[in-house]
Design a protein around this ligand. Structure first.
Ligand code: DAH
Length: 428
């Protein structure tokens, strides 16, 4: 999940299907602050009154389908992703993600006397600069590829992390903040990965008097405060657990750490964090100060805290799911109401240079939506002529009902057809 971390490995970092040109306009309407966004729209408001296929509102800004999904090689946002914009599961107080967000708010409000500003309605459409440059993600970092990130056009993406908002919030004068939001990543398919998930970003700035009084240097002071804060948060959420800190790498922090907790006999990575790179503070009006930052994935924690076995369930409207959670009740254990049998179908093909697993998963999701549970590479070989064959096993399973053979065969035929036509591979 932690794409920006050094631990992120992509199996297939091939050339993207979506070729890169520089011909498209960028979206200007999505400003970082929901409250000011509507009033300072730089484009003609009449545009929003045109008849549209579908429109939604995020933070007071209307977004239409054609602003996000376009039949152009520089756009790789499918309709099923567009349909998630504006859902904002993290803002529902009776949803596990909203309950978790509120529990984290409670920790910060109590321990820091409401000093942290809470933002959970910032628009997920951001510029390339916000998503990557502002947080020092290198030009050649894998997360910038069309294979990993949803591009609306060459300069505009669906944010792949809430860190995309750090710089602008700093420039606007925020020094203590929590940003919660939906984030978007092209990825593989299994029970813990979904192309839309939710993160919370925390950020705290210190002025020189704060560390000078401690006798510590700025970086050590900031790192020590960060660790104390996050250990307290982990205890607030998980109770009296064993924890450990692991050194890691993020482009935007130095030093960088991951916090792990020992839960159900396993070490579980809870969040990434670190002392903010001075360059970020220098560029955004805080040159004399130091800061810490953290980012955590809400689904990952909620799956553990509520015993939710499959990430697709967060999107379920089935009352048997939604009725099990209520406001303020952190950690109520989810009781599975069914386990319908999975159905497995294999597909084998000779790949080409541009083939990637993420592109395959995108096609499968486009056909089967949330009926696909997992796509797994089960065979991989190269013949004497140098041609490489992959065989993938697709697991179809509904969370809500039994699927019929006919229905699954139908899906599988559509997948085969589209894999052949869109990915230009040769089915075996
Ligand atoms: N943006 C990181 C990711 O999505 C998470 C993260 C790590 C955020 C460290 C931070 C941080 O603010 O300091 O993988």
């Amino acid at each position: 999940m932690m794409m920006i971390s050094s631990m992120h490995t992509t199996l297939f970092v091939g050339t993207s299907l979506f070729r890169h040109t520089n011909s498209l306009r960028t979206l200007k309407f999505c400003l970082p602050f929901s409250s000011s966004a509507a009033s300072s729209l730089s484009i003609d408001k009449k545009k929003w009154r045109q008849s549209v296929f579908s429109a939604l509102e995020v933070g007071g800004v209307k977004i239409t389908r054609q602003d996000v999904v376009r039949d152009d090689p520089t756009n790789n946002v499918p309709d099923n992703i567009f349909s998630k914009l504006g859902m904002q599961l993290h803002r529902r107080n009776q949803h596990p993600l909203g309950i978790l967000k509120n529990a984290i708010y409670e920790y910060f409000d109590t321990n820091y006397s409401n000093k942290f500003n809470k933002l959970d309605d910032l628009c997920p459409i951001v510029s390339l600069k916000q998503n990557f440059d502002d947080v020092l993600v290198p030009e050649d970092h894998v997360s910038r590829s069309y294979n990993d990130t949803y591009y609306i056009d060459p300069q505009t993406v669906l944010r792949c992390h809430t860190s995309a908002h750090q710089a602008e919030l700093l420039r606007s004068g925020y020094t203590h903040f929590l940003v919660t939001g939906d984030v978007y990543r092209r990825d593989s398919i299994d029970s813990t990965h979904y192309p839309v998930f939710h993160q919370m970003e925390g950020f705290r700035v210190f002025v020189p008097e704060e560390w000078e009084a401690s006798g510590m240097d700025a970086t050590s002071f900031s790192a020590a405060d960060l660790k104390k804060c996050l250990e307290g948060l982990a205890r607030h959420l998980f109770g009296d657990v064993e924890m450990r800190w692991v050194d890691t790498y993020f482009p935007f922090t130095n030093p960088s750490f991951e916090l792990e907790i020992y839960f159900k006999e396993k070490w579980l990575e809870v969040l990434g964090c670190g002392v903010t790179e001075q360059e970020i503070l220098n560029r955004n009006g805080q040159p004399n100060n130091v800061a810490w930052a953290f980012g955590l994935g809400l689904e990952r924690l909620a799956m553990v805290l509520f015993d939710i076995p499959d990430i697709r369930l967060f999107w379920s409207n089935d009352e048997r799911f939604t009725s099990q959670f209520s406001k303020g009740q952190l950690g109520v254990k989810f009781k599975p109401y069914s386990k319908y049998p999975p159905c497995y179908k294999d597909i084998s093909f000779w790949i080409n240079e541009s083939f990637t697993e993420n592109n395959l998963c995108e096609v499968v999701r486009g056909v089967a939506g949330d009926l696909v549970e997992e796509v797994q590479l089960i065979d991989n070989f190269t013949n004497k002529k140098g041609m490489t064959s992959h065989c993938y096993r697709i697991a179809y399973r509904s969370m809500e009902r039994s699927l019929t053979d006919d229905e699954i065969n139908d899906l599988q035929w559509k997948v085969r057809e589209l894999v052949q036509n869109k990915l230009e591979v040769v089915i075996r």
